[in-house]
Write a protein that binds this ligand. Structure first.
Ligand code: FUB
Length: 324
């Protein structure tokens, strides 16, 4: 079985990228808390980010220390959740969700000259951002995108009217019922300086095999959180967690903003409630980064990042390599 990348701290929600010839991993930094488990995720009470790097899969992993902390971000009240990073124009950008002073999740950006930080945050969250789990993607033409969204504790269901937050929908709620479609993940184009959205926020369609939007009650396949985008042979792979059914699933499209057609599962449930991943190519192999709670013996909010090799078949379908 794969071992955690590091064991001196708990890490989760890994976003992996190849920068400057190495793999850099941008995880959440889980910590002990006496906050009781609830379906709103209050027990995930993280206060800073560390950046990890490695040159060889299975080799030494460097923890570069604290890259950004909540107390240095003027708009944040608590809960630094799953981050991601991007590079453009010689700078590195860290995108992160956190609750603002009103308790509403927003997405912030922080900048550094180096992939490991430290990162300097913008004083305000990205205008027009909401919910959680930002994932950045820079396409071959240099256009950047930010994917985001998460239901239940991630508050996506509170934004059905995108102009205002509906607090009555907070908590473990989502649409349900015959003929009702699932809530959709969001994405926007990033401005050339990577600090703001340069387009309106778009809802990404995830369709079933007959071209219909996935149903709200299809919990084995519908989007819950943990968006990720990667490109393989000209196709756009949008992957995500199904939340309360605990799978990592994926859907394939011809454009970065979809529509995407559901293509299957990449990862079965791991030990622990959450499942969250990223996918990156390194040295001509493809890698899945994910987390589980084996090290903490099943404590949901004390997770550890691991990696496993991924394979494509001739039709572009993904599976885990058996020997790890
Ligand atoms: O780490 C806090 C939250 O748990 C993340 O934002 C979700 O994706 C889930 O992994």
């Amino acid at each position: 079985m794969p071992e955690p990348l590091v064991t001196h701290i708990y890490t989760a929600d890994p976003s992996a990228h190849v920068f400057e010839g190495k793999i850099y991993v941008y995880p959440s930094h889980d910590r002990e808390t006496d906050i009781k488990f609830n379906d709103n995720g209050d027990q995930y009470d993280m206060a800073d980010y560390h950046v990890l790097s490695l040159s060889e899969p299975g080799g030494k992993v460097t923890d570069h220390g604290i890259a950004l902390k909540a107390e240095d971000i003027p708009w944040v009240s608590k809960q630094l959740w799953a981050p991601d990073a991007a590079t453009k124009n010689g700078k590195y950008y860290l995108y992160f969700p956190a609750r603002d002073k009103e308790g509403i999740f927003r997405i912030g950006v922080a900048v550094s000259d180096k992939p490991e930080g430290p990162f300097t945050p913008d004083p305000e969250p990205i205008k027009g951002s909401y919910s959680i789990d930002p994932a950045s993607f820079v396409d071959d033409d240099g256009q950047g995108y930010l994917y985001f969204g998460g239901i239940w504790g991630g508050q996506l269901q509170c934004w059905e009217d995108e102009s205002k937050f509906d607090d009555s929908k907070s908590g473990a709620q989502e649409p349900s019922g015959a003929g009702v479609s699932a809530l959709l993940p969001r994405a926007a184009k990033l401005s050339d300086d990577m600090h703001s959205f340069s387009s309106e926020v778009k809802q990404l369609q995830i369709l079933d095999e007959s071209g219909k939007l996935l149903a709200a009650d299809d919990h084995e396949r519908r989007f819950f959180e943990a968006a990720w985008m990667h490109k393989y042979k000209g196709k756009y792979y949008f992957s995500y967690s199904t939340g309360d059914t605990h799978f990592i699933a994926y859907a394939i499209g011809d454009s970065p903003l979809g529509p995407f057609t559901y293509a299957g599962k990449i990862l079965d449930p791991v030990l622990g409630w959450t499942n969250h991943h990223s996918i990156v190519e390194y040295q001509n192999k493809w890698w899945l980064f994910y987390h589980d709670c084996e090290l903490s013996k099943g404590v949901d909010h004390l997770r550890s990042v691991k990696m496993r090799e991924l394979l494509y078949d001739d039709a572009g379908k993904l599976s885990l390599a058996e020997k790890q």
